[in-house]
Design a protein around this ligand. Sequence first.
Ligand code: ZN
Length: 456
Amino acid sequence: MRMPDPLVARLWEPLWDLKERSVRLQTYRRLRRRQFDPPETLRQRRVRRLRRLLDHALATSPFHRERLRAAGIEPAGVNDVADLAGLPLLTKADVRDHLDAILSTAYRREDLVEAKTGGSTGTALRVYCDRTGVQRRQGAALLADSWSGWRLGQPVAAVWGNPPRPRSLRNRLRAWLKDRWIYLDTMHLDRPAVERFVAEWRRLRPGLLYGHAHSLFLLAEMVADMGAELRPSGIVATSMMLLEPERRVIERVFACPVTNRYGCEEVSLIACECERHRGLHVNAEHAYVEVLRDDGTPCAPGEDGRIVVTELVNFGMPMIRYAVGDRGVWSPEPCPCGRPWPLLARVTGRTADFLRALDGSRVAGISLIENTLTRFPGVAQMQIVQREPARILVRLVPGDGWEEGVQERLSDVFREALGREMGVEFALVDAIPREPNGKYRFSICELDGEVADRDA
Ligand SMILES: [Zn+2]
């Protein structure tokens, strides 16, 4: 028999934290209480945390100590992340090559929680976080989940590549006791799997549907096809490739707004939409975000730049000015919800996946696809791959209303954005190929040179 949702929220969840000595729920409740605090209160709290992190890094991380000293940065004199402008960015190459020196000497390696990044743009990275930091991250994720309409205690349905198998006995015990999750493995997203998922859904009635954006879209199409009615209280789409046309399909099929969320393994949750869906709020209590031009100066609202994150809760492996490898834009308008947490209008794509036009400028492939998907009804899905400077390959899944002439018209649109002489080659496929980690990429730039290398 299944425990009622409110009982899980009030009894089981707190008991679990107590047993684990976890600050997860405590963090969630504090964040929830403080989310509408005045901007100045938030600012002071962030500065205190930033100084604490810098103090800690100076004292216990040889890598950061050297850099902070070279830049002449005194934690006590730092009043904003802008005061770290003299500090070089922490790149993926730094994390790969100087891991031992970045890790804090205040922790034993075996006491840290290890994670590996997918590495679909290059080498996989190993990163670490201290246990309290992990719990704080989980607390922030709970708050972001709650913005979607989900309530603590409601079961969760995840659409994910490689569903985590409970590894330890303790985790198995937890999974069995809670029985609050169902998974749909995106590696096997076929009709029988979706039918099983729908049957489990009817048994468990999840409040949250959670997964990679494009996988949620594929699920939505199959669910619509089956005529099944699944009604979650909230939908969270992770990874930045939430295409507007796909978002509309997901929202229609599940009769529920999609909450777009942005994060990565290295610094966890970076930004998330609130219930107003006017952009993504930076996870401000736990992180600073900078959006930078190529020359390192901050972008103005509306201006596209590199996303750089300083996470405030990981003391095991301080991540200071980490270049995530994505690009984004600050929103020119504040969110009407009233939360003072900074607002990204959108994440525009991975740095490495911006296509390069013939004149050398960068073009967000995701935007190209979004704009064309809606204008050409015969096109169900698309992926653009650039391996040579003067040629792109467009993998295209034909949909209803497909006709041959579409290719010519699409080529014109792409040439307009990328240059008149750009070669455009089409490959008609049944589905967009998946990355080994179960995610999808719609725009892939495999050119050698500055664009891809900057974050390597
Ligand atoms: Zn808001």
